[in-house]
Design a protein around this ligand. Structure first.
Ligand SMILES: [Zn+2]
Length: 182
């Protein structure tokens, strides 16, 4: 197996396991040249994963769209590439390992939103504004209000809330982010 980092062709399998539904066998590998680790998967049925877009058109799943959508939403935020890579990895694995071979862009968008909500409230609102196709300031106010309410609830519970309320109000009403899977 070719290493995705250094392209060397020597590796050893360090762990092998079937996913819960046994459609997929994952192998954790370590490159013998550079020492980095990566995962390969074998599907029993070889059917590629396809994404159903809003207009019902199908296209092949592309993890880079998830990543680039999040990068845009996280511009000028204190979010590391590693965090975004990890989220992309989690979502990708969930999708690739599942039994479904077609997934709607809406489902993927929801998964991204759920992750961003935990990571950075501003990025979450930006992403949501594009993904949910906000058309009016009211749409925007609604989701911003939801984030603020969440934060208030958290601080009321005595947990440390990460001051999202002010940040959210500074956002422009139309998102600068790009939808990940349109
Ligand atoms: Zn390598």
């Amino acid at each position: 197996m070719r290493c995705p980092f250094c392209k060397d062709n020597n590796d050893k399998v360090i762990d092998s396991r079937e996913s819960t539904d046994a459609f997929v066998i994952r192998r954790r590998r370590e490159c013998l040249a550079c020492g980095r680790r990566f995962t390969t998967r074998e599907r029993i049925d070889e059917t590629p994963l396809r994404v159903i877009k809003r207009d019902e058109a199908r296209e092949e799943f592309d993890r880079r769209k998830i990543l680039s959508g999040m990068i845009t939403a996280c511009q000028k935020r204190a979010v590391s590439m590693q965090d975004l890579e990890e989220i992309t990895q989690r979502i990708e694995e969930k999708l690739l390992d599942g039994p479904e071979r077609e997934v709607t862009s809406r489902t993927i968008g929801s998964m991204v939103m759920k992750e961003l909500k935990k990571l950075d409230k501003v990025a979450y609102v930006r992403f949501a504004s594009v993904y949910k196709n906000f058309e009016s300031p009211e749409d925007f106010a609604e989701i911003a209000g939801e984030v603020i309410a969440d934060a208030k609830e958290k601080s009321a519970k005595g947990k440390k809330a990460a001051k999202p309320a002010e940040d959210v109000r500074k956002l422009p009403p139309s998102g600068a982010a790009e939808s990940p899977a349109k």
